[in-house]
Write a protein that binds this ligand. Structure first.
Ligand SMILES: CC(=O)N[C@H]1[C@@H](OP(=O)(O)OP(=O)(O)OC[C@H]2O[C@@H](n3ccc(=O)[nH]c3=O)[C@H](O)[C@@H]2O)O[C@H](CO)[C@@H](O)[C@@H]1O[C@H](C)C(=O)N[C@@H](C)C(=O)N[C@H](CCC(=O)O)C(=O)O
Ligand SMILES: Nc1ncnc2c1ncn2[C@@H]1O[C@H](COP(=O)(O)OP(=O)(O)OP(=O)(O)O)[C@@H](O)[C@H]1O
Length: 518
């Protein structure tokens, strides 16, 4: 079993007060009583729901050897008093696992939308250049031949450092990871030695947690403040990559402790796309750097994916990777699960499943490719119950303005009444001048809503199913039931195709012939 002397481990902290016996061997670090093994160092985290200090006695009963606390508590155990338990947790777990983020290149990607897609692009570039990439993010984590689902976009610091150390041991040379604003605000990555920080954009989301745009932006900017701060850090050149077209740009640049490479489509920047061609099955664009022009092809459609590619290209430029290799690495990314993912069962209308779950994402997916004149664009979406309420009306308005027909449905619900969520979306639809029954309907059951959209679609139409992307379950209060937008849509299309075949003249004649033969 792995263990480390408590005193040695405490070298990872810059300030603390030790109370009790320090001659202890620590076998693991845990912040949940359910994960304690004998000899654990238990971190008492004052959480949003409960206070970890209230679990201290339980932790000792389960075999905790010492506690990290933010205030002295009356228990008979070695205690380490710190100012911020989550920060201490990050520093101690980094030390416990041998400072793994110093052993690999770490590229952090933050932003409201585009993190997952950007990490897929960068992973492809890293592999192209023999870096044996590791990837950490919302959909899953991957390194070597291992791939496993994620609980969080950015794991808590205990799991993050464990994962990083496994990646290091497996020979990973570079790790690209999504860094969520929750992860930054909760100090999950404060001990991580980032080499590169990338930001896609900062728009409206998670205001339930961050309260407002400024505090959300400040959380995102922490990634750029961290860059270059680790005193023991690697000697590799550190830099930041930022979107010069985004409202966050000036603030991010003001916070970055390292040089910033910029990318854009509209304004001036280091890496700027021109001659853009958008098609529903991909796009192409050009970049001029060092007096040379490079043409890039993407299989992922939409202008927003050009932005995601540009940030990956800026990263590659900062690392001096040959652009010929970058061109093929980006062209090789076939799809990102649940992101602008086509459902193709041979039907003559387009069906897209997408993870858009905030105003900007919804706007982007509703405009990702031009609509054929005289056809309809149908959107199916809902908003999560119990999360950011302020975005619902805005999303309803966007759907009302950009779609021809909207089916409002349920997303994950957690704690709220479904009708409460739906009515707030409806306010936005009404604001956009839409009428119930004619321009929108409400079908709470998500599977039924998707089936209805498929049933309504005519030749050339676009059906967009937004909000749950790659997810395969739906949470309604405490019940988690299987639900996959993609599978439901595919099943509904197959059924529609079978029915239309049954109604067709050829099918009728063929079955008549069959009856006669019998
Ligand atoms: C809002 C949020 O981020 N909450 C996180 C936070 O929970 P919390 O502060 O409420 O913790 P708590 O439940 O009050 O518990 C306090 C302490 O007591 C401990 N405890 C609690 C109960 C018990 O029986 N025993 C015990 O030891 C807990 O482990 C914890 O250390 O700290 C917990 C432990 O680290 C996280 O698991 C939890 O993530 C929750 C599950 C979550 O859903 N987070 C989401 C919002 C999130 O982080 N999302 C971002 C992506 C967002 C996006 O871009 O879409 C992500 O990075 O995944
Ligand atoms: N650069 C971008 N700008 C705006 N919208 C985008 C961008 N990239 C992707 N999107 C939209 O956001 C959705 C989520 O994309 P992606 O998963 O790459 O972002 P994310 O930041 O990882 O989101 P999350 O953390 O919530 O998983 C996509 O399905 C698409 O609708």
């Amino acid at each position: 079993m792995k263990y480390l002397q408590l005193l040695k481990l405490l070298k990872g902290l810059s300030s603390y007060q030790l109370m009790g016996n320090s001659a202890k061997d620590i076998t693991a670090i845990a912040n949940h009583t359910g994960n304690i093994v004998p000899g654990s160092l238990f971190i008492c985290v004052p959480g949003l729901k409960v206070d970890g200090h209230d679990y201290a006695s339980q932790a000792i009963d389960k075999g905790a050897a010492a506690l990290v606390v933010e205030r002295d508590i009356d228990v008979d155990c070695t205690k380490i008093l710190v100012r911020d338990a989550r920060q201490a947790q990050a520093l101690l777990s980094h030390a416990f696992h041998g400072y793994p983020s110093r052993e690999v290149e770490v590229i952090g990607v933050t932003g409201t939308n585009g993190k997952t897609t950007t990490t897929f692009f960068i992973e492809s570039i890293l592999n192209q250049f023999g870096q044996n990439a590791g990837r950490i993010g919302t959909i899953n984590c991957r390194y070597g031949n291992l791939i496993f689902p994620s609980k969080h976009t950015t794991p808590d610091s205990i799991n993050l450092n464990k994962l990083l150390s496994e990646m290091v041991k497996s020979g990973t040379k570079a790790v690209v990871m999504e860094v969520s604003s929750h992860g930054l605000a909760q100090n999950r990555v404060i001990a991580c030695d980032f080499d590169v920080g990338i930001i896609s954009n900062v728009t409206h989301d998670h205001f339930d947690f961050h309260r407002n745009y400024q505090s959300y932006l400040e959380s995102k900017a922490l990634l750029f403040e961290y860059l270059g701060r680790d005193r023991e850090a690697k000697s590799r050149l550190k830099f930041a990559v930022a979107n010069a077209d985004d409202a966050s740009y000036d603030f991010i640049v003001s916070k970055a402790a390292v040089p910033v490479l910029s990318y854009s489509i509209y304004g001036p920047s280091d890496i700027r796309a021109s001659n853009i061609e958008l098609k529903s099955n991909g796009s192409s664009f050009e970049i001029k750097v060092g007096g040379k022009k490079y043409k890039f092809f993407l299989k992922l459609p939409g202008l927003f994916n050009i932005y995601n590619a540009l940030s990956a290209i800026a990263y590659a430029w900062g690392r001096n990777y040959q652009f010929e290799g970058v061109q093929s690495a980006l062209a090789e990314v076939q799809r990102v699960p649940g992101r602008c993912q086509r459902v193709d069962e041979g039907q003559d209308f387009e069906v897209i499943v997408d993870f858009a779950h905030n105003p900007d994402g919804l706007k982007n997916i509703l405009t990702f490719a031009p609509k054929i004149p005289e056809t309809k664009r149908i959107i199916v979406f809902g908003c999560e119950g119990g999360k950011d309420k302020t975005k619902r009306q805005i999303m309803g308005y966007i759907a009302g303005m950009l779609a021809d027909f909207t089916i409002v449905t349920m997303d994950n619900l957690y704690s709220e009444e479904p009708l409460e969520v739906v009515q707030q979306i409806e306010k936005g639809l009404l604001e956009a001048g839409r009428r119930e029954g004619l321009d929108y309907i409400i079908i709470l059951d998500r599977a039924e809503a998707i089936k209805e959209a498929i049933a309504m679609a005519d030749s050339g139409d676009q059906v967009i199913i937004a909000g749950k992307g790659h997810e395969t379950t739906q949470t309604i209060y405490k019940q988690v039931k299987p639900l996959c937008d993609w599978e439901i849509a595919a099943g509904a299309i197959q059924m529609k195709l079978r029915n239309s075949l049954k109604n067709s003249k050829i099918y009728y004649l063929a079955s008549l012939q069959l009856q006669q033969d019998c």
